[in-house]
Ligand binder design. Structure first.
Ligand SMILES: [Zn+2]
Length: 78
């Protein structure tokens, strides 16, 4: 990951909103887009990159797109 050129003395720790741990892993969620609405006309996988807490695995909400369904159990699959 690229380290932006900023003054870290002005930074504050970013922590897991669930357990307060301060290190994270890069993870991907995968969403399937059904052939009905896919631009290619075929079912496709869309990766969503996020950071998961290294301690508890929680993904802070702000890492996920706002249009991602809150209830993430794939119950809406036709
Ligand atoms: Zn955590």
């Amino acid at each position: 990951m690229q380290q932006p050129n900023v003054d870290l003395s002005t930074s504050t720790p970013y922590v897991c909103e669930k357990c307060g741990h301060d290190t994270f892993h890069t993870v991907f969620k995968l969403r399937t887009i059904s052939a009905m609405v896919s631009p290619s006309g075929e079912e496709m996988l869309v990766p969503i990159q996020a950071f998961a807490c290294a301690e508890c695995g929680h993904i802070n909400k702000e890492f996920l797109p706002k249009d991602l369904p809150e209830d993430d159990n794939n119950l809406t699959l036709a």
